[in-house]
Design a protein around this ligand. Structure first.
Ligand SMILES: C[S@@+](CC[C@H](N)C(=O)[O-])C[C@H]1O[C@@H](n2cnc3c(N)ncnc32)[C@H](O)[C@@H]1O
Length: 188
């Protein structure tokens, strides 16, 4: 995994998703070199960079132009730019022009979760996966209900990571925000 402090950041762009959470997302995704993957709400590019190291192609979308710029810079920094198409758009609009995908990771939805999942569902192959990361309770519930209603085989975990900060000869554990990772498989 790329270390959090290796990413180029901007104060106007959230992310990167923390290293340990990225590791869990990658493990849950079971992504392979054959996969075409969408990163929806790419932010700083934390997920796009990790998944680009594995997948055949990544399509990263964000409505914030600065997020697209920062993701582009990070892809370049880690020499992954050739595998990633960047789209500056609202997810709902951008998803309309996408063809078949094997995996979608939703890191931002801005109250459009249902529409975004419906559009992904149209493009996703059978046995393909949708992964949603969510901090807000409402987002977790909405994504979970939507995926279950569409008949996906759905799992949710919630992770509370604390990281040690070394202060002189002592160690203080600092808690990060709890985050849910929903993994849903499209059944045929
Ligand atoms: C928490 S950040 C994602 C961080 C990212 N996973 C990373 O590792 O850097 C969420 C992003 O989703 C984007 N976003 C939220 N709703 C969106 C939508 N409807 N369409 C496109 N982008 C959206 C925001 O602009 C923001 O950059």
């Amino acid at each position: 995994m790329i270390k959090d402090n290796e990413f180029i950041k901007s104060k106007n762009v959230p992310g990167p998703t923390k290293e340990e959470i990225r590791a869990l997302i990658i493990a849950k995704s079971e992504a392979s070199k054959k996969d075409v993957v969408m990163d929806i709400g790419c932010g700083t590019g934390g997920i796009s960079c990790e998944i680009a190291k594995i997948a055949k192609k990544v399509i990263a979308i964000d409505k914030n132009p600065e997020a697209i710029e920062i993701t582009g810079k990070n892809l370049k920094k880690f020499n992954l730019q050739d595998k990633v198409e960047l789209i500056e758009d609202e997810a709902v609009a951008g998803l309309k022009s996408i063809h078949t995908i094997n995996l979608a990771i939703i890191g931002g939805s801005n109250n459009q979760m249902n529409e975004i999942i419906d559009l992904i569902d149209e493009k996703l192959v059978y046995n393909g996966k949708i992964i949603v990361t969510a901090i807000l309770i409402e987002t977790k519930v909405q994504a979970l209900n939507k995926l279950k209603n569409l008949g996906y085989n759905t799992e949710i975990i919630e992770v509370n990571i604390s990281k040690g900060r070394f202060i002189r000869n002592k160690t203080m554990m600092l808690a990060q925000n709890p985050i849910a990772i929903i993994t849903a498989i499209k059944l045929d």
